[in-house]
Design a protein around this ligand. Structure first.
Ligand SMILES: [Zn+2]
Length: 388
């Protein structure tokens, strides 16, 4: 076990404070003898810590606490330190011992309960953590923090009903808007309902998501998926098209879904018109590539190739080059084809570096779209990377 300089500082600061307190006590000449043990006990405890004997250190620190409750901060810091290091049982022991002291004032007790709740959460004892945080949410000075911790439990446990109620309360208490997060919870609920084939409940949850946050891209995507699943392709197209107004950065997510729905409807004219008009508004890579397929279906390989070459002249990029090679391979003789396939393999690797998703908060990168960032646990921060 090794402690960083920062960790040591945390432990030593209260010690310094305690020494100051001691001198003050000594000066006034009251109860000096009783308190004299304090620094030596701390050094002893610190020694055990440094010698990788944390349990002995805890014994010493707990003894010090028996004598004196001015050291509560140190115990809180120590418990916190153990929890951060993943030694949750030790953290629990320290915090439980602290709470058992009758001398704690109300604020100190609440603080210790908050810490203990986080220990339970980290240990996976969600019921105990939930009970503590529910109680603390009623204490006004700590309700925001308690509600946030409750939210992490409900997210972890996928209890979306409770998450929605808690986020609404948190919004009122903190004065910060939680609408986009609440909409995500409704979407999570909808996905759960969809998995159970409960279409009615899923539809209602998506309606609520869009009611609380009209910019919720995920709700539009899911609603389109639901409509398509039900064989209502016109309604599906309508839902997916909404993504363009909500956040054009995500439009690529639905481009191929929209194209497939038009094809199922056997509406080649509608398909062509929609994409040629959409391209006037944004020439994003996904749209251009989808349109290249549409041209190929309608007017043949040569026409598609011409379209891609024109686009590449205006905006040179690996995705266009990749598609151009694919179109060329289709038309090439055997000799040239092998060279083109080799070239395509190289471009493929380059292309992968320009694909995927990134979190705008913490920089997390991934191949799939996460609505809740696995890196920093923020909602709505992962976006498709710039495709150029
Ligand atoms: Zn992140």
């Amino acid at each position: 076990m090794s402690f960083s300089a920062n960790d040591l500082l945390w432990l030593l600061l209260p010690l310094a404070a305690a020494s100051g307190w001691l001198i003050a006590r000594y000066d006034t000449g009251r109860k000096a003898a009783r308190s004299l043990d304090l620094p030596s006990a701390y050094f002893k405890g610190l020694n055990f810590l440094l010698n990788e004997q944390p349990d002995k250190a805890i014994e010493i620190f707990i003894q010090v606490l028996e004598v004196n409750s001015d050291t509560v901060e140190t115990h809180l810091a120590l418990g916190n330190l153990f929890r951060r290091r993943g030694e949750v049982e030790r953290a629990i022991r320290i915090h439980q011992n602290l709470i058992a002291r009758p001398t704690l004032d109300r604020e100190q007790r609440t603080q210790a309960l908050l810490e203990l709740g986080q220990d339970y959460f980290k240990a996976g004892l969600f019921d105990r953590a939930e009970n503590l945080f529910l109680e603390l949410a009623e204490v006004r000075a700590h309700s925001e923090q308690a509600l946030r911790l409750l939210l992490s439990i409900y997210q972890q446990e996928k209890e979306w009903d409770k998450a929605i109620q808690t986020a609404q309360k948190l919004g009122r208490v903190s004065g910060k808007r939680m609408d986009d997060v609440i909409a995500q919870y409704h979407c999570e609920f909808a996905e759960q309902a969809l998995a159970k084939k409960n279409i009615g409940a899923a539809r209602e949850a998506l309606r609520r998501a869009l009611a609380v946050d009209s910019g919720c891209v995920r709700a539009s995507i899911l609603l389109g998926d639901l409509e398509a699943e039900e064989g209502r392709d016109r309604a599906a197209i309508q839902a997916w098209q909404r993504v363009e107004q909500q956040d054009a950065q995500y439009f690529g997510e639905v481009a191929s879904r929209i194209a497939e729905a038009y094809r199922r409807l056997d509406d080649a004219q509608g398909l062509y018109r929609f994409f040629s008009e959409a391209l006037q508004r944004h020439a994003s890579v996904a749209l251009v590539l989808t349109f290249a397929d549409i041209i190929k279906e309608r007017d043949g390989v040569k026409a598609a190739e011409k379209f891609v070459v024109e686009w590449l002249r205006r905006r040179p990029n690996v995705h266009g080059l990749h598609r151009l090679l694919e179109l060329n391979i289709e038309q090439a003789d055997t000799g040239v084809r092998n060279d083109l396939i080799l070239l395509k393999g190289i471009i493929e690797e380059l292309r992968q570096q320009h694909q995927g998703y990134a979190c705008q908060q913490c920089g997390f990168k991934g191949r799939t779209l996460h609505w809740l960032c696995p890196g920093c646990s923020h909602w709505n921060t992962v976006k498709p990377v710039l495709e150029e």
